[in-house]
Design a protein around this ligand. Structure first.
Ligand code: SF4
Length: 360
């Protein structure tokens, strides 16, 4: 491949066609770091509003380092993968402790909590111009197609081949733009299911295109299957306040977030009945509460990683008893609850049903 020509064609296309994103208008390494952490596993269109709001609330590393974790999660609320928010705050603390400057190399960035190879390379190249390639899913797909890589791309030797190609192609003079151009190409032209080769600025270099079936690359072992899950959550309301619990397990999906108490089990009406029994047990054994009946309120659904969760919501009539544990179980007004870090599904339920149940 003519590497110089490839760089020139890709960057010319990028300069003329790049999407306008707010973080592309700043040189502030902290703001760029926030954008790259938010963009992990999340689409650009969702990140834009969150990024702007987050930086209004925490405009500097020092502001984020000094913030309470609940406040950070609250601003992050709805963006998902909350460990990113917590790690970003910890990273800000580490940066503030060492003088307040975001580290300028990928190697140093990787020492920060929650910063992996992809984010470190993206920040180092975009904010500081370090000549390190980014290999996110979009870039891996583009490279696998350019090379018509016939083996499974997650295999270590294949990964090394793609990394070597990424290093060779990278334009050291404009590494940040080049990395963004590769990601942009994968996002808007070389899409997973239907690459738009007729519009591709680097199609002349692409071996997959010359096979006539570019969509067959990259070779994977098969996409992860969606797993169905079923939950029942309880709206327990007493004296105008709703009961929420917080999972302190850092390895869980919702570490540190406040949620309605809930149980998980199998599908169908039998599953729903068994979940209600479990819910009574949970309320009594874990919280010290009893109630007369569990009354259906609504059924909703949400996604988390590769799981599709069907969520039955019930309200507990006449709850009574004294809370057994104080630390991770608390009563909140609906207004207080909505100001906390609360997952999007629970937030929707509280917004829709909280006021009528609490009389607020
Ligand atoms: Fe992707 Fe087609 Fe461009 Fe190859 S020619 S990089 S398959 S869009």
């Amino acid at each position: 491949m003519d590497v110089l020509r490839y760089r020139s064609e890709l960057l010319t296309w990028y300069d003329a066609n790049k999407r306008d994103m707010p973080w592309r208008r700043t040189r502030d390494p902290y703001a760029i770091l926030v954008s790259e952490v938010m963009l992990q596993q999340t689409q650009v269109s969702r990140v834009e509003a969150y990024w702007t709001r987050f930086l209004e609330r925490f405009p500097t590393v020092e502001a984020l380092a000094a913030a309470a974790e609940d406040d950070v999660c609250s601003v992050w609320s709805g963006l998902g993968y909350y460990h990113r928010a917590r790690n970003l705050r910890k990273a800000a603390e580490a940066i503030a402790r060492s003088g307040g400057d975001v580290p300028g190399t990928a190697e140093l960035l990787r020492e920060l909590p929650g910063i992996g190879a992809y984010t470190a390379a993206a920040v180092a190249s975009i904010a500081f111009g370090e000549a390190v390639p980014v290999l996110d899913a979009n870039v891996v797909r583009v490279l696998a197609r350019l090379l018509a890589e016939s083996e499974v791309v997650t295999r270590a030797p294949v990964r090394r081949r793609l990394e070597a190609a990424a290093v060779e192609l990278l334009d050291p003079e404009r590494s940040g733009d080049f990395n963004q151009a590769m990601m942009e190409l994968g996002a808007v032209v070389c899409s997973p299911a239907s690459p738009d080769c007729g519009r591709c600025p680097v199609g002349v270099h692409c071996l997959a295109r010359s096979t006539g079936n570019p969509g067959e690359f990259p070779v994977t072992r098969g996409a992860a299957r969606t797993k169905e899950m079923y939950e029942t959550a309880a709206l327990v309301v007493r004296r105008g306040r709703v009961l929420l619990t917080s999972d302190p397990d850092e390895r869980g999906w919702w570490p540190g977030l406040w949620r309605l108490p809930r149980v998980v089990s199998g599908a169908g009406s039998e599953g729903a009945a068994s979940r209600e029994t479990k819910l009574h047990t949970l309320l009594l054994d874990d919280f010290g509460l009893t109630c007369d009946a569990l009354v259906p309120v609504t059924t909703t659904a949400y996604g988390v990683t590769t799981n599709r969760v069907t969520l039955d919501v019930v309200s507990c009539s006449s709850p009574r008893g004294a809370l057994r544990r104080a630390r991770s179980i608390r009563w909140f007004t609906v207004g207080e609850a909505l100001s906390l870090g609360v997952p999007a599904a629970d937030r929707r339920i509280l917004e829709l049903h909280g006021p009528s149940l609490t009389g607020q």
